[in-house]
Design a protein around this ligand. Structure first.
Ligand SMILES: [Zn+2]
Length: 391
């Protein structure tokens, strides 16, 4: 056995613990670049309270607003420009409060601002850039997620989109893992129903794909089991009743575990195709993962029966055959998607039939390389055609 496991230096988890942000930021620096992405938390005064907390700890605060979309090349370059105007030093700490998009944007800007050998973040992106590497430590960073989904608060990459040309690629470096992560599940209570459903399915997809990935490893697998046991029962409840503290906590914990798992193993076909659905058809990441998950599980069922049966046994151990038990897990996921209103057809998420070949090409990234078995372009196209218009 042979593996590495990377994670943030400190994880601070608990209801209401955002009140500790000032003290935590003061450990890392003397000036805060506060990047916030939640209009709701701005409106109800939560961001203001957090900024006041920095003030009380003697920190100067510069505020930046993240656009409410998955970060694009120009968004990163523009935030880097804003940071540079403030003449950043190693005493500056970036605090990112928002969903995965805001945290990815801030992670990318914090890294590019100290690595000035390119003219744009695109020079550093996997597969599309000039192959430049992050060699200097980014600005210190505290990530504060306000959704329970992407897990990007604990990963070493930031996903950056472009629409012309269309791609969704990662900026990646071990140096990019945020130093401190603060997870306050109370921040997720105001999330709309749809965002709760989509981001929750992203976490579930990450937990399952890392568990069955061809790069699966022991620590991520242990985390994935624990995360799925929490998330699968909790998600339909928080979609119905967003104020349930117990279930919001379960989803926040599951999302954190999904990030730690994916950062230290691989993903698979659902995430591979989700990247293409994002860059070609602008389907939100969590929804794209959710739509693809049942199909990805069916495609991998034959080569991961034992693992999928292990997941089903978290909930029901009455099956006598491994095959039946694994198939029951796939049905469980299909029912979950149905119960929280996830469509099963690609045309229902805005995909045009002419786009299917481009989706196949666009899905061949880092995530797809973790899929348990090889899926040819022809097979994938046939699956997507079937999903676009079932018989
Ligand atoms: Zn994801």
């Amino acid at each position: 056995m042979n593996y590495d496991f990377l994670s943030p230096t400190q994880i601070v988890f608990g209801w209401g613990r955002r009140s500790e942000l000032g003290k935590l930021a003061a450990k890392l620096g003397s000036r805060v670049f506060l990047v916030s992405g939640s209009r709701t938390l701005e409106r109800i005064g939560v961001i203001e309270q957090i900024a006041a907390g920095f003030d009380q700890c003697g920190l100067k605060t510069e505020r930046f607003q993240a656009a409410s979309r998955e970060p694009e090349v120009a968004d990163v370059d523009s935030l880097v420009g804003e940071f540079l105007k403030r003449e950043p030093t190693a005493r500056d700490v970036v605090v990112a409060i928002g969903g995965g998009s805001t945290i990815d944007l801030a992670k990318a800007a914090a890294a590019i601002v100290t690595n000035r050998q390119g003219s744009s973040v695109v020079d550093f992106l996997e597969g599309v850039g000039r192959g430049l590497q992050i060699t200097q430590a980014p600005l210190g960073m505290i990530a504060v997620p306000t959704t329970s989904g992407t897990g990007t608060e604990v990963t070493k990459n930031a996903v950056i989109s472009s629409y012309e040309p269309a791609f969704k690629k990662s900026l990646r470096s071990d140096l990019m893992i945020p130093r401190i992560v603060l997870i306050d599940p109370e921040l997720t209570v105001s999330l709309p129903r749809e965002t709760t459903a989509y981001t929750g399915m992203d976490a579930i997809t990450q937990l399952i794909e890392s568990y069955i990935s061809r790069r699966a490893a022991p620590i991520p697998q242990a985390l994935a089991l624990s995360g799925l046991e929490l998330a699968i029962p909790a998600l339909p409840i928080v979609v119905r009743d967003g104020s349930s503290r117990k279930n919001r906590e379960a989803m926040s914990q599951a999302a954190l575990l999904s990030g730690l798992a994916l950062a230290n193993s691989g993903l698979g076909l659902a995430h591979g195709v989700a990247a293409a659905l994002g860059s070609h058809c602008r389907v939100p990441h969590g929804l794209a993962c959710a739509v693809m998950l049942p199909v990805a599980l069916r495609i991998n069922l034959a080569v991961r029966e034992r693992e999928l049966a292990e997941l089903e046994r978290l909930f029901d151990d009455s099956y006598s055959s491994v095959g039946e038990c694994a198939a029951a897990f796939v049905s469980r996921i299909e029912s979950l998607c149905h119960a929280i209103g996830i469509p099963s057809q690609l045309r229902d998420v805005g995909v045009a039939v002419e786009q299917l070949p481009a989706l196949v090409t666009g899905s061949r990234g880092n995530s797809m390389s973790g899929n348990p078995r090889d899926v040819s372009d022809r097979e994938l196209l046939a699956e997507l055609q079937q999903m676009w218009s079932p018989p």
